[in-house]
Design a protein around this ligand. Structure first.
Ligand code: ADE
Length: 227
């Protein structure tokens, strides 16, 4: 998979995408992530990427020309399955969407910034708009990092234990059951006996019961969601 990200602030993405699982996935050649500073697509001395919004509202808006040039340049090099814009008014990011995106070959992400981007970009160039939650961030970079992280870990071969993504929360519409490690007793607090029993069938049954119970208690809405 190849992911290209157009951003005003590449520095904000370098660290989250340069460590741990995402870094290993890149080293293994399972994903290629390229950051494209939007200022590289400007032609004035000051490398202007934003301008005042038309109308009475205060605030700066990302200009259409550098974004158009960035997207068209990348599109001339390969075909994109999705051109995503990160925005609080996009469709909600879910595990289901992460699964879908993890099967794509080329994905382009445009990070929003300041007050927004010229709406013509959204009308004519973007194929999908994604929100990571009902709150507003200062820019789309952190949202892009979260989207990329949730997608890349699902690419086959990225996680060392291939099945471990399948037991994640949300993957089967349920929250994950609790997990424990040694010592079996700490400070008088015990690990549930069942986990020490060695009876894998019973353990799996217990884990499913726990998953259902935790989902009912913490996120009951998940149980009604269509899948
Ligand atoms: N940009 C600002 N807030 C955002 C959000 N909640 N999701 C995606 N992009 C954003």
């Amino acid at each position: 998979m190849r992911i290209d990200i157009i951003t005003v602030l590449p520095e904000l993405l370098e660290s989250p995408l340069g460590h741990s699982i995402i870094q290993r996935a890149q080293k293994k050649g399972l994903v290629e992530i390229n950051l494209h500073p939007l200022r590289n697509f400007t032609h004035d001395k000051r490398k202007t990427v934003d301008d005042y919004a038309f109308g009475p509202d205060a605030g700066m808006v990302l200009k259409i020309e550098p974004i158009f040039e960035a997207i068209e340049t990348l599109k001339s090099e390969r075909e994109y399955d999705e051109i995503i814009y990160t925005s609080p008014d996009g469709e909600p990011m879910t595990q289901n969407l992460a699964n879908q995106l993890s099967t794509k070959k080329n994905v382009l992400i445009l990070c929003g910034h300041y007050k927004g981007i010229d709406h013509r970009v959204r009308e004519h160039l973007i194929t999908r708009e994604i929100s990571i939650g009902d709150y507003v961030l200062s820019g789309g970079e952190l949202a892009a990092a979260i989207i990329v992280d949730s997608v890349v870990r699902l690419i086959p071969g990225v996680l060392s234990d291939e099945t471990s993504a399948l037991t994640d929360s949300f993957q089967d519409g349920l929250l994950a059951p609790p997990v424990y490690t040694r010592p079996a007793e700490f400070n008088g607090w015990k690990v549930p006996d069942i986990l020490l029993s060695g009876n894998f069938k019973e353990i799996e049954k217990w884990q499913l019961e726990q998953a259902i119970e935790r989902t009912k208690k913490l996120r009951p809405g998940l149980l009604d969601e269509e899948r």
